[in-house]
Design a protein around this ligand. Structure first.
Ligand code: ACO
Length: 426
């Protein structure tokens, strides 16, 4: 048996423009959007007929028919049909975890190339029938004779007919993610103005990136859309100040539709490979996927805010890699809500949080805000849950390639009190 540890190169990414829910992609399925993102990647990197080592991805919201979503999408692309695929899911961390999974397999020598990504649609949400009716329909399906079937049908009552509609609420607290984050924003005293400023900067950065052509080799048009349609280049503090709060009550009511991510549809994919595989295919590594870390917090008993897990994952990953928070050229922090980003940054600056909750002698530190989400992030682009990781990794790798070297820190908070973070380096 050979034991190999080698570098996993990020070779590039592709995504479809992200679309606000129930808009441009209202009739597109997860499979269709993921296929489009993958096939765009195939076209961009000349992978027609290629048997890639493995494709990993997933969706947070899935219909039961999508149990093998990624493999089905692969079969609809121009990749070789012999390309294996896996579905995985870790809420909003799905895309980044899929890329981490592929990178680890490449590092261990199990595969030479792979694709990680994800897709989500809240337009085509899987609404299931209620539990009572579902059980009776299973009985009906198993009934052998017409008499048995009639007997089951006779038991169905109007009260059995209910729907199970997915929500973005936490099952254990029954609070939505926005309501959870409103409490965290209050705890960290994050002002409405600071949140709005982060949102405005995100829109301006993303708009500038499209205008300068930065997104040309990251985004492939789909269904008539060329840019993310949540993007509002004319966002301003004055306009955002007029919006009514949508989450939290009283002094916790600082979050609006603009400083929260919108419900969004979209898909992304990132190509990774060993250095040998990249060279054989004439591809230049943009950056290397160095490390990743995962943390979870106890939000159920109120010990920590729902979306604060990245605040714990980053210090662990920094320590393992002998790095400090200042050792990065780019910070890609998923903007689930502006206040999530700002609460995380405030926590790293807090001597009390860093000592009592992270066990550090000194604060983790501050980041140079000019290096944060420099090409915009989820507040402007939107956040199709499982597709966000791929958008971020592809963008960060391209940033490092354009700079000619350096390090990027990636942070993604996720439902269930979890957080996935990673380091890219060139
Ligand atoms: C781990 C994680 O990532 S957690 C995050 C998971 N995601 C979520 O929880 C999704 C959270 N988001 C939501 O639930 C919804 O998008 C909400 C509740 C915030 C907003 O929903 P809606 O009210 O439908 O938003 P809508 O798009 O209508 O915007 C409301 C208003 O704000 C305005 N607005 C929004 N953004 C901007 C902007 N940048 N500039 C100016 N106006 C804006 C809209 O134009 C609209 O104004 P109007 O009512 O005059 O038309």
């Amino acid at each position: 048996m050979t034991e190999t540890v080698r570098r996993a190169a990020v070779l590039g990414g592709n995504r479809i423009p992200f679309a606000r829910s129930n808009g441009a992609y209202a009739t597109a399925s997860n499979a269709e959007m993921l296929t489009a993102a993958l096939d765009g990647l195939v076209a961009r990197f000349g992978l027609e007929g290629e048997r890639v080592g493995e494709v990993a991805g997933g969706a947070v919201l899935k219909h039961s028919r999508d149990f093998n979503l990624v493999r089905e999408a692969v079969l609809s692309t121009r990749l070789a049909p012999e390309t294996p695929a896996i579905d995985l899911q870790q809420a909003c961390g799905t895309g980044l975890q899929a890329i981490n999974y592929i990178a680890n397999k490449i590092k261990l020598g199990q595969i030479d190339s792979g694709i990680g990504g994800g897709v989500d649609t809240t337009s085509d949400a899987p609404i299931a029938i209620g539990e009572k009716l579902r059980k009776k329909l299973i009985q009906l399906n198993n009934a052998r004779t017409a008499k048995d079937r009639l007997a089951v049908l006779a038991t169905i009552r109007p009260g059995d007919i209910g729907l199970a509609i997915p929500s973005n609420g936490e099952p254990r607290t029954r609070l939505s993610m926005g309501e959870h984050q409103a409490l965290t924003a209050l705890e960290w005293q994050i002002t409405r103005e600071a949140q709005d400023q982060l949102a405005v900067t995100s829109h301006h950065n993303l708009a500038a990136s499209y205008d300068e052509g930065w997104q040309d080799d990251l985004v492939t048009p789909f269904r008539g859309l060329e840019r993310d349609n949540n993007l509002r280049p004319d966002s301003s503090l004055e306009k955002l100040a007029k919006l009514k709060p949508v989450f939290g009550k009283g002094e916790a009511a600082t979050m609006t539709a603009a400083n929260s991510t919108p419900l969004t549809d979209g898909a992304s994919a990132v190509l990774l490979g060993s250095e040998e595989w990249a060279a054989e295919h004439g591809l230049e590594p943009l950056a290397y996927f160095v490390d990743s870390e995962l943390a979870a917090v106890d939000f159920v008993h109120g010990a920590e805010g729902l979306l604060m897990a990245p605040a714990y994952a980053v210090p662990r990953m920094l320590e393992r890699n002998g790095l400090t928070l200042g050792d990065f050229d780019f910070y890609e922090i998923h903007e689930a809500f502006a206040s999530q980003v700002l609460s995380t940054l405030a926590a790293w600056e807090s001597p009390v949080f860093c000592k009592e909750r992270l066990g550090l002698d000194a604060p983790l530190g501050s980041i140079d805000r000019a290096k944060l989400n420099v090409k915009g992030s989820s507040l402007a682009a939107g956040h199709p849950f499982a597709a966000t990781g791929g958008r971020i990794v592809a963008n960060a790798a391209k940033l490092l390639a354009a700079k000619g070297g350096g390090r990027a820190l990636i942070s993604v908070c996720a439902a269930g009190g979890q957080g996935v973070v990673a380091i890219l380096e060139r």
